[in-house]
Design a protein around this ligand. Structure first.
Ligand code: DGY
Length: 321
């Protein structure tokens, strides 16, 4: 019998074609609704491979539901939704999609920074809502980006690529990371500093750190209070890195000037969430890597990884080496 692959969202038929020759493939039939937990559990019982989304919780119960599971390929660079420790213990390969989404995610992150600084969303709504009655000197005036100081927290590949974008705007670049990045220092002039120093000095604080037990809730009220009152906070990593209540309070108290958020503690965020009521918050539905080209490439990489593991060869992007 052919190995069984279960895909937790509907992907284009074209994309999954390469799997069909050698494997039995089944897919959750919706692209906009996550697979219910009970169905995921019963599929995991039978599956040799799972192609999962960042919105699926792949915990020990899923990983040990059956006896055949050999690989979980996650359609994201982040893999905080997967219990990698349990997977390793069970001998299950976990794969992600690094590199192929770096430029696209950096584009979105820098775009979100620009949109927040220059009030692009607010201004566009202003026109569409027929509120534009006259040109006026300070109408929807935002903050400059060029020649300001960018502070990147989490200087991985996406962080370095955001820094590269910032050089075109002649920004000063500060970064904080677990390890120093000599190439970014030499090529981009990025300056390493402690987290505390960075949040005090930067005009734009961009969070790109992965979610780990160490980074969970690292942006507290005290951290926001250390920032400049003119600072703009951007989060394109994972919501739980930020204490959302603290961010809300800092924005309301005027301790920082604005926030651009692509990720939230609970996704999808409820439209009634207080953060979404603030005009100085730009909120996006976790679209960091969402270009058609990149998402298609990410799907292809997941499929290659699954095929490699099921054929007994090394996958391209294994997380639990
Ligand atoms: C990822 O790949 O982890 C990103 O958050 C997707 O946009």
């Amino acid at each position: 019998m052919k190995p069984y692959v279960y895909i937790t969202r509907k992907l284009p038929d074209e994309v999954i074609k390469p799997l069909l020759q050698n494997f039995n493939v089944n897919m959750w039939d919706h692209d906009d609704v996550p697979v219910p937990r009970d169905i995921l559990l019963s599929e995991a019982k039978k599956a040799d491979a799972l192609l999962t989304m960042l919105s699926d919780t792949i915990d020990e119960a899923i990983l040990t539901a059956g006896k055949n599971l050999k690989v979980v390929a996650n359609l994201a660079v982040g893999f905080d939704n997967i219990d990698v420790k349990a997977a390793s213990r069970e001998g299950i390969a976990v794969c992600n999609t690094p590199d192929v989404l770096t430029d696209t995610t950096a584009d979105l992150t820098f775009g979100l920074l620009m949109a927040t600084a220059r009030r692009v969303v607010e201004a566009a709504e202003f026109v569409k809502e027929d509120k534009w009655k006259s040109w006026s000197p300070l109408l929807l005036a935002g903050h400059d980006i060029h020649h300001k100081t960018l502070g990147i927290v989490g200087m991985g590949k996406i962080g370095e690529t955001v820094a590269k974008r910032a050089t075109g705007f002649e920004m000063d670049i500060l970064y904080h990371n677990r390890t120093r990045k000599p190439a970014a220092e030499q090529q981009l002039g990025a300056v390493y500093m402690s987290f505390e120093e960075l949040v005090e000095k930067a005009d734009y604080i961009v969070c790109l750190t992965p979610l780990t037990p160490e980074t969970k809730n690292m942006f507290t009220r005290e951290v926001f209070q250390k920032m400049k009152q003119s600072a703009i906070f951007i989060n394109a990593s994972r919501g739980p890195v930020v204490d959302e209540q603290a961010l809300y309070e800092a924005l309301v108290a005027g301790e920082i000037a604005g926030a651009g958020l692509d990720v939230f503690d609970k996704e999808p965020i409820d439209a009634s969430h207080p953060l979404l009521k603030l005009s100085n918050v730009v909120a996006l539905p976790h679209i960091g890597s969402a270009s058609v080209e990149t998402r298609t490439t990410m799907m292809g990489l997941c499929i290659d990884n699954i095929a490699a593991v099921l054929k007994g060869t090394e996958p391209k992007t294994l997380v639990n080496k």
